[in-house]
Design a binder for this molecule. Structure first.
Ligand SMILES: Cc1ncc(COP(=O)(O)O)c(C=O)c1O
Length: 379
């Protein structure tokens, strides 16, 4: 079936007990057994819960995966994925990862004997040079946040496998609607479902998708053993959100393109980072591996003062962290999402003090543009 059909139906058959068309929120911690060892497939809700199972089956279908595991947050998902590794293992990760992933690697997992090297994953030779005898995994995000650099997933997967490594891709920015890393050769996908999959800014969650049975068995064990599961109500919110994922992503993409073009033409904006613009240095690669460009844009206002003025002057766009919701959010990476990155490193990544990031929502695009226009008039 097609993507939109799967989003509405997979894992969501009518409830066998009542016929309810919507998967119920099974708000229960345990399940009664008829006799010793005889039950309906559920024993204890950390191990599995029917609402979470429905979501996991649904998200697996959308990513083209055999297995999916849902977690309490995107970070819990990444942490569980990294628990596949052992003390002494090494990971090559993108140099411009989400700050929370970087913090997990450097300030938590490094205490448990994992080591990380950060490379510009847009340059395959840099990734290859970073590989060591004890490397087990490549971990990338594409596009990166906030400067929207693209990594060639198929080429990176080929490189990973030729060295006997796993490739994991954080697919939060594109969602499976626009990018399916497993089909391009990745071994694992991780998501912060908090963003586009939920889509309504009303829940925090995460997921891992995989195709390999042995890794999936280990992930299932780890999900239960460490226990950072997604609860039934939050699972239900994501299930409800993904029903409209196809519609929303089309609209984020349409609005994103219109806002990017407006910013690109604007005399006060010196640079726009959006993979859908032909001026993006990796536009051709983006067209090849993504089926749309999404709603994430960053743009250069020239100075901290200008960025501050824009962020203070917007009325419709909300100044907030996070992304991927129906409402337009605007933020200042240097002082918000990337504040913990040293200024020198930020500059290397192109995260200047004048850079503003926008998660374009699905309001009327004329209203978003009018709001940005009046704010940019003030700089
Ligand atoms: C690309 C990316 N990955 C992972 C995460 C972490 O997800 P969560 O906030 O749900 O833990 C985020 C959060 O902003 C993100 O942007």
């Amino acid at each position: 079936m097609g993507f939109a059909t799967n989003a509405i139906h997979v894992g969501q058959e009518a409830d066998s007990a009542t016929g309810a068309i919507i998967v119920p929120i099974y708000q229960t911690s345990t399940f009664v057994q008829e006799e010793l060892g005889k039950h309906k497939g559920y024993e204890y809700a950390r191990t599995s819960n029917p609402t979470r199972t429905a979501l996991e089956r649904n998200l697996a279908a959308l990513e083209g995966a055999l297995f999916c595991f849902a977690f309490a947050s995107g970070m819990a998902a990444t942490n569980c994925l990294m628990s596949l590794l052992k003390s002494g293992d090494h990971v090559v990760a993108g140099r411009n990862l989400y700050g929370g992933s970087f913090r997990l690697f450097e300030r938590v997992l490094s205490d448990f004997g994992l080591t990380f090297t950060y490379a510009n994953t847009c340059r395959l030779e840099e990734v290859e040079q970073a590989i060591r005898p004890n490397t087990r995994m490549l971990f990338i995000e594409t596009p990166t946040n906030p400067v929207m650099e693209i990594t060639d997933i198929a080429a990176t997967g080929y490189l990973a496998h030729s060295h006997g490594l796993w490739l994991a891709v954080d697919n939060t920015f594109m969602s499976p609607y626009f990018q399916r890393p497993l089909a391009l050769g990745a071994d694992f996908v991780v998501h912060s479902t908090t963003k586009y999959l939920n889509g309504h800014s009303d829940g925090v969650g995460g997921a891992i998708m995989a195709n390999d049975g042995a890794s999936a068995e280990r992930l299932r064990f780890l999900q239960n053993a460490a226990g950072a599961i997604l609860g039934p109500f939050d699972s239900w919110l994501v299930l409800r959100g993904v029903k409209t994922l196809a519609l929303r992503m089309e609209e984020h993409n349409r609005n994103g393109m219109a806002v990017a073009k407006f910013l690109h033409r604007h005399p006060r904006i010196s640079m726009v980072h959006y993979p859908g613009l032909p001026s993006h240095p990796q536009h051709e690669l983006a067209r090849r591996q993504m089926t749309g460009f999404g709603g994430m844009i960053s743009f250069e206002t020239g100075s901290l003062e200008n960025a501050r003025t824009v962020l203070k002057s917007v009325r419709l766009c909300s100044l907030a962290e996070s992304l991927g919701g129906v409402e337009t959010l605007i933020s200042h990476p240097a002082s918000m999402t990337h504040a913990s990155v040293p200024p020198q490193h930020r500059n290397l990544l192109g995260i200047t003090d004048g850079l503003v990031r926008i998660s374009v929502g699905i309001e009327e695009v004329e209203d978003i543009i009018a709001d940005l226009d009046q704010a940019l008039e003030r700089i």
